[in-house]
Design a protein around this ligand. Sequence first.
Ligand code: ARG
Length: 585
Amino acid sequence: MFSTTSKLKARFDKAFTAAFGESASGIDPMLTAASNPNFGDFQCNAAMSLGKKLKKSPRAIAQTIIENLDIADICETPEIAGPGFINLKLKPAYLEAEVRAIAIDPRLGISQIEAPQRIAIDFSSPNIAKEMHVGHLRSTIIGDAIARILEFLGHDVIRINHIGDWGTQFGMLIAYLREVHPEALTTANALDLGDLVAFYRQAKQRFDADETFKETARQEVVKLQAGAEDTRRAWKLLCDQSRREFQVIYNLLDIKLTERGESFYNPLLPAVVEDLTNLGLLVESDGAKCVFVDGFTNKEGEPLPLIVQKTDGGYNYATTDLAAIRYRIEEDGAKRIIYVTDSGQANHFAQVFAVARKANWIPEDVEIVHVPFGLVCGEDGKRLKTRSGDAVRLQDLLDEAIVRTRADLETRLVAEERQETEEFITNVSEVVGLSAVKYADLSQNRASNYVFSYDKMLALQGNTAPYMLYAYVRVQGIRRKGGIDFDNLDAGAKVILQSDAELVLAKHLLQLNEVLGSVDGDLLPNRICQYLFELSQKFNQFFEQCPVLKAEEPLRSSRLILCDLTARTLKLGLGLLGIQVLERM
Ligand code: ARG
């Protein structure tokens, strides 16, 4: 389905050619949403620049445009204002037909993309045996939302978990494992290592304190790379245990990912270095193999190399990323590659992309983007920490959201003298608590830091998940109260838009298509949050001003359609953010 804006654009294009000849085709009508609803819905601002070009008065140009503009089925008669603005007001009959059309469409009028792309999204990507921290939580939530949106638009998305499952730290971990659990290296039986983060800390202490241990750790790295059986087994044990811990979080947040960790690219690393050598891009610097690209300097202003092979022959995080780019383009056939990490890695990606470009590994039809995000801060405005100063454990953070939601809910039940089952309370607490965390993250422009505040995210008012969920619940309340079967509303029922509140709501409902289209371009899920927030507000206003169940037919059916369409839009929009709705709360 075409959005109203694109429909109008096409009509303007026709008018331009009719009025000014073929050469005027393609001129941007510069349509903007009218700032003052009294003047209409859209404004065309093209007459001013056209006037300059054609050396005519903009008002005269505007008049000529209008004379050639065929939009009577969409808008009231256009009006010229000020220096030459053309104001357009949508006709209620047009809006009624459009709302009716999206109401009977299971996709709510959202078009499938005409040219779907294969898109690789690299997100979440925590590190083995290390804490999955709030940065990974942001990457997980934002990456998942972007994936859901692009999938819904019809793209073919691969969700890649680029887990940090390789590197010299494994030497230390395996050496320590050999000391404390020697049996783990010889038997194939699974073993529970308990708290892996504590294990990491102990291994690190041992590593820092003892030179002989350090040497053993180094040898374990060599053995791991050579594929020694016992060392490999230990590595796999560590990975499996971490994987199980990550999975708990993924299950809780309903996240689907395909694991393709750093180790996956090991066999492809020598070729990266070889090809860079053959291209004449490699420079040896202090025994390390480097690539220099213009525009990257260190603090002293000296050229900053990207090291692809260290003096000891080992490869880097960057080498793996270069191999991954090649794999995603050549093997996966990705036309867009999206990396979701904190903005602290912006330089890393910029440099890796620049090297890949210089090596001609990124064909012209492939787009490669870093999607950066800011820090999660505590209410003190500093990086989020526990009271004792440790990094916050994700599991604890999510549990706390659920516990607080439960407390709020229980207070509310007492106040409303409501009785609910334990099952109901548990479910509502989980859904609302987790939704609140996801929504708080997604509703911010991802580039900025955001303050993690349970009080704010759980508030029933404002741009929060509970507010949105309430609007949905409200419609379900109407359904139950009126015994309405929304799936089988009278097929002949018309949409009638009379009051302002109805018109305002209808216009907003018709904008989802455009909002989603823009997210396909700029990958800013907060646009959807803003859209849903305004939708909930407009719905609540409509609901306060327009009786639904008590209205006379045919208004009653029309308002029921608006209610149902609002609920389905909320469900769809929240679903694209990875947020589930509730029938009651
Ligand atoms: N494991 C990395 C970290 O925790 C993130 C990986 C991001 N993806 C990538 N292809 N480098 O910071």
